[in-house]
Design a protein around this ligand. Structure first.
Ligand code: SF4
Length: 250
C-alpha cells in the first residue's frame, strides 16, 4: 500500500507524464481493484478510449440517475456495444425510492444538491467501496474546484482517485478526438457541450464556457462527485454542510 508521502511524490511526478503513462501505472499498480467512471459525453470519449484500450474488461461505472436524456442512454448503449466495454450501471439506493418518486419533478429544481447526492454521490460511494483506485476524467480547465485538484488524491477511506487528464485542455480533447476519429455525443453539435441530466442541462453558444449549460443560473457547478460532498458518508452531515432543504421539495 502506498504511503501518503509516496502518493504526493508520484502525483507531482505525474504532472509531466502523459495520461497514457499515468493510466498504465494505475492499472499495473491496482488491477483488478480499479475502475473508471464515465458520463458518456463528448469530453469523456478520450479517457474512455485510452483506458479501455489499455485494459480490456476494466469496469466502467455509469451513473444512471433516471433523469438522463434519451440520447445519452442510446449513446452509452452504442459505445458500450461497439467498444465491448464492461459498463456497470449505478442506481439510487432503493431506500430513497418512495421519496424520490413523490418528488421526481421538483427535486432537481428545489434541492439539486440533495438530488445529486441521492442519484450520483451515494451510488458512486457504494460502487467504489470494494476497490482501491478510481480513474476519473476531470480537467483543471473545467471549474474552479477542479483547478485545485491533484493527479492522485487519497480519499478519506483509503480509495485513491486518479485524474490522468487533469492537465488537458478543451483543445487537447478535440485533438485526440480527431486523431482517433472518436464519435461525439449526438447532442454535441446542437449546443450541448456538457451533458448531464435533462432537468439540469441546456444548450449553450460556441463561445460559452464548456459547463455553462449545467445547472445554468442556479449557482451550482458541481454534482458532488469531485467535491468534499463525496467524502461525507452520513446524510445528516451532507445536509447540514450543503444546505439541503427538503422542506422545499414538494
Ligand atoms: S444533475 Fe439534476 S437531475 Fe441529475 S442528479 Fe443532479 S440535480 Fe438531479
Amino acid at each position: 500500500m502506498l504511503s501518503v508521502q509516496e502518493i504526493e511524490r508520484l502525483s507531482e511526478e505525474f504532472e509531466t507524464k502523459t495520461p497514457q503513462e499515468i493510466i498504465q501505472w494505475a492499472v499495473s499498480e491496482f488491477w483488478p481493484e480499479i475502475a473508471m467512471s464515465s458520463s458518456f459525453q463528448t469530453q469523456s470519449m478520450p479517457l474512455l478510449h485510452m483506458v479501455t484500450s489499455l485494459k480490456r474488461g476494466i469496469p466502467v461505472f455509469f451513473i444512471d440517475t433516471g433523469y438522463h436524456l434519451w440520447d445519452t442512454l442510446m449513446f452509452r448503449e452504442k459505445i458500450a456495444s461497439e467498444w465491448q466495454i464492461n459498463v456497470i450501471d449505478l442506481y439510487r439506493d432503493t431506500r430513497w425510492d418512495v421519496f424520490a418518486r413523490q418528488n421526481t419533478r421538483s427535486l432537481p429544481l428545489e434541492d439539486p444538491n440533495l438530488c445529486c447526492y441521492l442519484h450520483k454521490v451515494q451510488p458512486m460511494q457504494k460502487a467504489l467501496k470494494d476497490i482501491k483506485a478510481w480513474i476519473s476524467g476531470i480537467r483543471r480547465d473545467q471549474t474552479s474546484v477542479r483547478a485545485k485538484a491533484k493527479i492522485l488524491e487519497l480519499q478519506g477511506d483509503g480509495l485513491l482517485k486518479i485524474n490522468p487528464l487533469l492537465n488537458w485542455t478543451k483543445a487537447d480533447v478535440k485533438k485526440y478526438m480527431e486523431e482517433k476519429n472518436l464519435p461525439s455525443h449526438p447532442l454535441y453539435e446542437k449546443g450541448y457541450r456538457s451533458v448531464g441530466c435533462a432537468p439540469c442541462t441546456i444548450a449553450i453558444g460556441v463561445n460559452d464556457d464548456e459547463r455553462a449549460g449545467r445547472w445554468a443560473g442556479r449557482g451550482k457547478v458541481e454534482c458532488g462527485l469531485h467535491t468534499d460532498m463525496f467524502k461525507k458518508k452520513d446524510i445528516a452531515d451532507v445536509k447540514q454542510e450543503f444546505h439541503m432543504d427538503v422542506t422545499k421539495v414538494k
